[in-house]
Design a protein around this ligand. Structure first.
Ligand code: 1ZZ
Length: 582
């Protein structure tokens, strides 16, 4: 689609990731530190990482693997994941990162999802550690012809004799399949190419000024998600920027460990979605702040879901007491179809919200700056997503695909060499999103002075009486009611008599369900002048989420409409669940 795709991006000399590994063979001046489950740390230098990855690649060739075949990975242990992933990449075998089962509940749904991914990818084998393979037995039997590789056994075998020659790898070849946590539809595997990875990594490195000689990263982000994988495994390998990896599960159980690791390792760069910042504040008691020294941090990037102005503000204010400097919280935006990053805010510049008038925003899709004197209820404040990465372009288009002027809300379209090569085995979905004009992101937003604002997923918009409302504005307002679990509130519409009606499904943390539901209704009415038809409260852990922790609004809506959570006749706002009724 883009002629540049075939060329190595500017600033990167390697035409494919194989060259990155080859170049790193000669460097032992830094590397990756993997924090283990028991807290010990394992260090692998650039050269050790490359050597072992290339060895694993040869092992694959020796057992008959060929370029282009897909190798799925359910490998929770970070260093095993990195080495196997890079090993496959080094010989043109296409790794397919998958998420592990996260809890005992919903295991059946997990197996269904995972089987869907394995089939859609046409995986020839699945790499899974032995202890997990036993648990995943039902999944392994659900996919016909799937072979299972225990990494410890398979890659431990010594290599004797010569391996077959690998086929040449080209920039336009698929490097890995990134499955997007589709909210309702069948899972879609994004075909991320060597060229798109190198282009996006070069742009990330330049946008945040990533410098291996000065910077150090800390990441707890899951490696089966694009932000953890491209942002913290692949881009730092190119920049030879040391990274410490904290297991995602350790962060999930003790979010305070994140910034504690940043402080101890004197890290300069770390990223998280909005919910990660909220968790860090909640789980770092004030007396811990003096034990942290965050003065080393240059960038706390925040993206992957809508950024809540108050979460970003309170994170920056709270950790200022631990030395976090102003202007370090940097919003960013991206997606798997763009390889990863689309835009970044400016480092070192305190966040400026765009405060716009509510009425033209809801009724005409216009983002007009609100006068200072406008009452709070007539304004909406949005967090900027920054400017498009270098060498790429963002356009805003209307329903017909025509470009819209600044401050008009439309679909975000992204152009440039980072755009991936479509969806694996899904020509129809590829045609819809990857067009001659660029990548149609499915997100709504606007540009103002060249800065991008993302307002909502197109399909998640609440359209009531012809007015558009972002779901997150309604959800954030609902979450202000004490008793609801912040970040665990979903707003959508259901067909009503005259127009669509708003429904809120949320998880209840504390309090009486009927009272909390009444308060939510009242609060949304006062704050947003919106009538809520129903508030359904669930026990914690019930709301469907993607593997990277995002709300699944469409699935929640479908489950609601299907009567999945049946209401009690005498208490229409609650559901009968053991922990609420006992
Ligand atoms: P995914 C060195 N979305 O979430 C490290 N951002 O991809 C560099 N909505 O395909 C790291 N506001 O799962 C750079 N700000 O979902 C990281 O998520 C740059 O609806 C951010 O279409 C990368 C995020 C990757 C990611 C994509 C969807 C988007 C959009 C939503 C992402 C958002 C945001 C609002 C944001």
């Amino acid at each position: 689609m883009f002629p540049e795709e075939a060329l190595p991006p500017e600033g990167v000399t390697a035409p494919t990731f194989l060259q990155v590994l080859a170049e790193n063979l000669g460097h032992s001046d830094g590397g990756y530190t993997f924090v283990q489950e028991d807290g010990r740390e394992l260090f692998l230098s650039w050269s050790e990482l490359s050597r072992e990855a290339l060895r694993r690649g040869r092992r694959l060739l020796r057992s008959g693997w060929r370029k282009g075949e897909r190798l799925a990975l359910i490998v929770p242990q970070e260093q095993e994941f990195v080495l196997t992933f890079l090993g496959a990449v080094s010989v043109g075998v296409i790794p397919v990162p998958m998420y592990p089962p996260l809890g005992v509940g919903k295991f059946e749904a997990y197996c269904e999802d995972a089987a869907g991914i394995l089939r859609a990818a046409g995986a020839r084998a699945l790499v899974v550690p032995r202890n997990l393979a036993e648990l995943l037995d039902p999944l392994l039997h659900a996919v016909e012809g799937l072979r299972v590789l225990d990494p410890e056994e398979f890659f431990a075998e010594p290599l004797v004799g010569s391996a077959p020659q690998p086929e040449a790898i080209l920039p336009q070849d698929v490097m890995f399949l990134q499955f997007t946590s589709g909210s309702t539809a069948a899972p879609k595997g994004v075909r991320v190419t060597h060229g798109s990875v190198l282009a996006n990594c070069a742009a990330i490195i330049s946008a945040i000024g990533l410098d291996g000689g000065r910077d150090r990263g800390v990441s707890w982000l899951p490696m089966y998600h694009d932000m953890g994988l491209v942002g913290f495994v692949l881009a730092p390998l190119i920049a030879r920027c040391p990274v410490t990896f904290l297991p995602t599960l350790r962060f999930a159980f003790s979010p305070g460990l994140w910034l504690e690791t940043v402080s101890r390792h004197r890290a300069t760069v770390t990223f998280a979605p909005n919910f990660g910042l909220a968790l860090a504040v909640k789980h770092t008691p004030a007396q811990e702040l003096q034990r942290l020294d965050l003065s080393c941090v240059r960038v706390v990037g925040c993206g992957a879901e809508p950024n809540h102005p108050e979460t970003l503000r309170s994170f920056a204010a709270y950790f200022a007491a631990a030395g976090l400097r102003p202007g370090t919280v940097v919003p960013c935006y991206g997606m798997a179809e763009a390889t990863l990053a689309v835009s970044f805010g400016e480092i070192g510049v305190p966040l400026a919200l765009d405060v716009i008038e509510q009425e033209p925003y809801h009724s005409r899709g216009l983002a007009r700056p609100a006068p200072e004197a406008a009452p709070a209820g007539a304004r909406v404040a949005l967090v900027p997503c920054g400017r498009p990465i270098a060498g790429h372009r963002v356009l805003i288009v209307d329903e017909e695909g025509n470009p819209l002027p600044e401050r008009h809300i439309g679909e975000v379209v992204f152009q440039g060499p980072s755009v991936a090569a479509g969806y694996h085995g899904d020509a129809e979905a590829t045609r819809r999103s990857f067009t001659a004009h660029g990548l149609h992101t499915g997100d709504c937003g606007y540009l103002a002075d060249g800065v991008l604002y993302v307002t909502s997923r197109k399909k998640d918009l609440l359209i009531i009486n012809g007015r558009n409302h972002d779901p997150q504005t309604v959800e954030w307002a609902a979450a202000e009611v004490p008793g609801l679990r912040k970040g665990n509130v979903v707003a959508f519409t259901r067909p009503g008599r005259a127009t669509e009606e708003v429904v809120i499904v949320a998880e209840l943390r504390a309090g009486d369900a009927a009272t909390v539901a009444r308060q939510v209704r009242g609060h949304i009415q006062t704050r947003l002048s919106l009538a809520v038809a129903e508030v359904l409260l669930l026990v914690p852990g019930e709301l469907p989420k993607t593997s990277s922790g995002k709300l699944k609004r469409s699935r929640t809506r479908r489950q609601y409409l299907d009567g999945h959570w049946s209401a009690l006749p005498d208490e229409p706002n609650t559901i009968r669940t053991p922990s609420l009724t006992n």
